[in-house]
Design a protein around this ligand. Structure first.
Ligand code: FES
Length: 127
């Protein structure tokens, strides 16, 4: 289980919940009462865009011998999600290329396309 912290959604929606690796972020939000707009649930409409940040664990912070960036997990992002994020202006084409080339997540994700990894995350509204 990893922590998913929702912040900036307002009132009782700002909370820490727990999710399993592989859970879809939008479903985690919905099942915990966090309202993220979701029109298509297919990576096309961009209504579910959110900002996602990895949260460093105590273990990572305690590490003094390894570069923090090497702790990042490979994250495959589907072309459809990247194209939608570029077309809505959330990321640049260059950022999309880097995400594809290095399997790195972009700071803005589509909640309906974002599978939870082994790292706890902080989720904020896109706007
Ligand atoms: S609900 Fe449409 S892109 Fe996620």
């Amino acid at each position: 289980m990893v922590s998913v912290i929702f912040c900036g959604f307002g009132g009782s929606q700002d909370k820490r919940v727990f999710a399993k690796t592989g859970d879809v972020l939008l479903r985690v939000a919905q099942s915990n009462g966090i309202l993220i707009p979701s029109d298509c649930k297919d990576g096309m409409c961009a209504s579910c865009a959110v900002r996602v940040e990895d949260i460093a664990t105590d273990e990572v912070l305690a590490s003094t011998t390894e570069d923090y960036s090497s702790k990042g997990q490979a994250v495959y992002m589907d072309d459809k999600e990247l194209e939608t994020l570029v077309s809505m202006g959330a990321i640049s084409k260059k950022e999309a290329e880097i995400a594809q080339q290095f399997n790195r997540p972009t700071p803005v994700r589509l909640a309906c396309q974002c599978a939870i990894k082994d790292t706890s995350i902080l989720v904020k509204p896109f706007n």
